[in-house]
Structure formats: C-alpha cells, structure tokens
Ligand binder design. Structure first.
Ligand code: AMP
Ligand code: ZN
Length: 112
C-alpha cells in the first residue's frame, strides 16, 4: 500500500520518533505549526476517522492517552491542542489517521 505513514511505521521513511510501542508510534511533524508539534499514529492502517470501528476504540483511547503523556513529557502540561482532521473537508492530507499534538504557544479558536 502506498501510504506515507505506513512507510514510517515500517522504517522505510525516516522520522524523528518520540515514542513507539506495539500499537502506536509518535514522531515530530515535518512542518511544525507550534514549538511542539508531533503526531501520534496507530501502526495499523486506518485511512480516516470514518473508518474507525467499534473494535478500534481501545486503540483510539491508547492514542489519546499517549498524546497526553507525551505532551507532558514535552513540557506542555499548562495546555496543548489535539487535532484529528478527517477527510479533505476536514483538512486531512495524509490518509492514515493521526493525532496532532501542538503546544508551547497560545492556541486560538476557531481553527482555520
Ligand atoms: P493532516 O493535514 O492532518 O493530514 O496532517 C498531516 C501532517 O503530516 C502534516 O502536518 C504534515 O506536516 C505531516 N507530515 C507529512 N509528511 C511527514 C513526514 N515525512 N514526517 C513527519 N510529518 C509529516
Ligand atoms: Zn497507512
């Protein structure tokens, strides 16, 4: 499958990894939008949030908890933003689900 993030999972494309376990990896975003900007992704290929099934809910929780834990490790305990874009209208460009974690600057609302 021609998926950029599956290639990162497989080690075929380098990434600045922050964390890895049997289910997820986290790595710094190549185009950071904040002083801290990393992505948490499942190792399993899931194209969009629309493709998440009931059986994936423990994995989704693990992604969220990993984001929280790594955000603290990156010094973002005072506040941070998590974002998951879904499909083109949601601004998704890489079709392998990923949680953005952004921190170390003031976030604005509404997002663009
Ligand atoms: P999205 O637009 O929500 O699909 O987010 C995709 C994110 O992946 C963007 O923030 C990109 O900067 C990031 N990205 C694309 N290629 C890479 C890469 N090779 N390593 C790390 N991050 C990447
Ligand atoms: Zn993939």
């Amino acid at each position: 499958m021609d998926c950029l993030f599956c290639k990162i999972v497989a080690g075929e494309i380098p990434a600045r990894k922050l964390y890895e376990d049997d289910q997820v990896i986290a790595f710094h975003d190549i185009g950071p939008q904040a002083p801290v900007h990393f992505l948490v992704i499942p190792k399993k290929h899931i194209s969009t949030l629309n493709d998440l099934s009931a059986a994936d809910t423990p994995l989704a929780g693990h992604i969220l908890f990993t984001a929280q834990r790594l955000a603290k490790e990156q010094g973002c305990e005072e506040g941070f933003r998590v974002v998951m874009n879904c499909n083109d209208l949601g601004g998704q460009t890489v079709h392998h689900i990923h949680m953005h974690v952004l921190g170390q600057r003031q976030m604005a609302w509404p997002p663009g």
